[in-house]
Design a protein around this ligand. Structure first.
Ligand code: ADP
Length: 393
C-alpha cells in the first residue's frame, strides 16, 4: 500500500499533540490541551499560518474520541481533499515484547493493555488515542511506535538490575526512553556525518526529560534511563540517579507515603529542586544566584559522569551528539559538559559552539578526535517514517 499522508499522534492524559506529514514533510501541527475541562485547540500550517486557535465546546472536550473529531475537522479545514492514509502513535512503553513498531490489531491492543502497569501515566492515554483515531479514521491503519523499542538491543548485563533474577524475568529492567529521538539521530548521521554514522556514538537528548544513549553501528548498546524515566541524568524536575537508600529513608524515617516520594522525585527535584528557582535552563542561565550556578554545574557534571560510563561500556567514542531543547540551544551546557574531556579526544570549538542547532552543526575543533555535533531531533518525523515503513511492508 502506498502511503502519502500520515497523521502522527502523541496522546497524553489531558493533551493530544499532532502533526500531519506529506511524505517526509510536516505540513500541519498543533495541540489540544485541557481535555476533560477547559480544553483548547491550536493548529498551524508549516508556513506558520494559524488555522485553529479556540476553546473546545464541552461536547468536544469530553475525551480523546471527541477531541480526535476536532483534529479531523482541522485536517479537513487545512486541505478539504486530503485523505489520511495512516496514523502513527507515540506509545511510551512497549514492555519486553515490542522491539519494533507494530500495526495495531485487536490482539496488539490487548497486549498493550496488559502492560499499562509499566507506564500507568502514559500508556492508557496512548491507547485512548488509538481508540479515538480508529473512530475518526475508520478503516485506516494505526501503527504503534514505542519509546522503549530502540533499547531492546541491550544485553542482559546492561539491562538487568542486581536484584533477584525473578524480578528481571517479570519485567523489572532498564527499558530506556526517548527511543524515537535516538533512532532519528542515528539515521540522520548517515546524512550529515556519514563517516562516523556506523561508529560509536553517544547521543545526549537533553530536554525537560533527558537521557543519553550509547549507539554502535546504529544499535543501542545501553542508555541512562531505566525501569522508569526517573533514572539517569538530573532533569528539569526529576532527580535522576539516586541511591535507593534515599527512598527508604524518606519512607522509613520521614514517614512519607509512596505518592509523596513519587511527587518529590518526579516533580520537585532536578534543576527545580536544586536551584529553588526554576526547572527551565534559560531561567538558570540568566540568573545571578549562586544556587542556579551550582545547579548548572551539577547538571553538566551528571552528563559528564554518564558519558564516561557509556564510553567505557561501549569501548570508545567516535562522536558525541547533543539534541533536545537544551542540547540544541544551550552552548553553555555543551561547553560545560565537554570541559576537561580533552583526554578522551573531545575538543569543543568555542566559536562554533556559540550557534544554535537549527540544522545539524559541528562544534568540535578540527583537531578533535571525537566529532562533536548538535542536531535538531525529530521524534514525530521518526514516527511518520516508521509508520510508512510498516504500512508499505
Ligand atoms: P521536552 O522534553 O518537553 O520535549 P524540549 O526538548 O523542548 O522539552 O526542551 C525544553 C527545555 O529546553 C526547556 O526547559 C529549556 O530549559 C531548554 N531550552 C530551550 N531553549 C533554550 C535555550 N536557548 N537555552 C537554554 N536552554 C533552552
Amino acid at each position: 500500500m502506498s502511503i502519502e499522508t500520515i497523521l502522527v499522534l502523541n496522546a497524553g492524559s489531558s493533551s493530544i499533540k499532532f502533526q500531519l506529514f506529506k511524505g517526509e514533510e510536516s505540513v500541519l501541527s498543533g495541540q489540544i490541551d485541557g481535555l476533560g475541562a477547559n480544553a483548547w485547540v491550536k493548529g498551524k500550517s508549516a508556513e506558520g499560518e494559524t488555522l485553529m486557535d479556540r476553546a473546545l465546546t464541552a461536547e468536544e472536550a469530553q475525551n480523546h474520541n471527541t477531541a480526535l473529531q476536532v483534529i479531523l475537522a482541522l485536517v479537513h479545514q487545512f486541505d478539504p481533499n486530503v485523505e489520511v492514509d495512516a496514523i502513527g502513535h507515540r506509545v511510551v512503553h512497549g514492555g519486553t515484547q515490542f522491539t519494533h513498531p507494530v500495526l495495531v490489531t485487536e490482539e496488539v491492543e490487548k497486549e498493550l493493555e496488559a502492560i499499562n502497569n509499566l507506564a500507568p501515566l502514559h500508556n492508557p492515554h496512548n491507547l485512548a488515542g488509538i481508540a479515538g483515531a480508529k473512530a475518526a479514521f475508520p478503516g485506516k491503519p494505526n501503527v504503534a511506535c514505542f519509546d522503549t523499542a530502540f533499547h531492546r538491543t541491550q544485553e542482559f548485563k546492561n539491562e538487568a538490575y542486581a536484584i533477584p533474577l525473578k524480578f528481571y524475568e517479570e519485567g523489572v529492567r532498564r527499558y530506556g526512553m526517548h527511543g524515537q529521538s535516538f533512532h532519528f539521530i542515528s539515521e540522520e548521521l548517515h546524512n550529515v556525518a556519514p563517516e562516523i554514522a556506523n561508529g560509536k556514538i553517544v547521543v545526549a537528548h537533553l530536554g525537560n526529560g533527558a537521557s543519553m544513549c550509547a549507539i554502535e553501528n546504529g544499535k543501542c548498546v545501553t542508555t541512562t534511563m531505566g525501569f522508569t524515566p526517573l533514572d539517569g541524568l538530573a532533569m528539569g524536575t526529576r532527580c535522576g540517579l539516586i541511591d535507593p537508600g534515599v527512598v527508604l529513608y524518606l519512607i522509613g524515617e520521614k514517614g512519607m507515603s509512596v505518592e509523596e516520594v513519587g511527587h518529590l522525585l518526579n516533580k520537585e527535584s532536578g534543576m527545580k529542586g536544586l536551584s529553588g528557582i526554576s526547572q527551565d535552563m534559560r531561567d538558570l542561565e540568566n540568573s545571578d544566584s549562586p544556587a542556579a550556578k551550582k545547579a548548572l554545574e551539577y547538571y553538566d557534571n551528571r552528563v559528564k559522569r554518564e558519558l564516561g560510563a557509556l564510553v567505557a561500556v561501549m569501548g570508545g567514542i567516535d562522536a558525541l551528539v547533543f539534541t533536545g531543547g537544551i542540547g540544541e540551544n544551550s552552548s553553555l551546557t555543551r561547553a560545560g559538559v565537554c570541559e576537561g574531556l580533552e583526554f578522551l579526544g573531545i575538543e569543543i570549538d568555542e566559536e562554533a559552539n556559540k550557534a544554535r542547532a537549527k540544522d545539524a552543526i559541528t562544534i568540535s575543533k578540527p583537531s578533535s578526535r571525537v566529532k562533536i555535533m548538535a542536531i535538531p531531533t525529530n521524534e514525530e518525523g521518526m514516527i511518520a517514517r516508521q509508520t510508512r515503513a510498516i504500512c508499505e511492508a
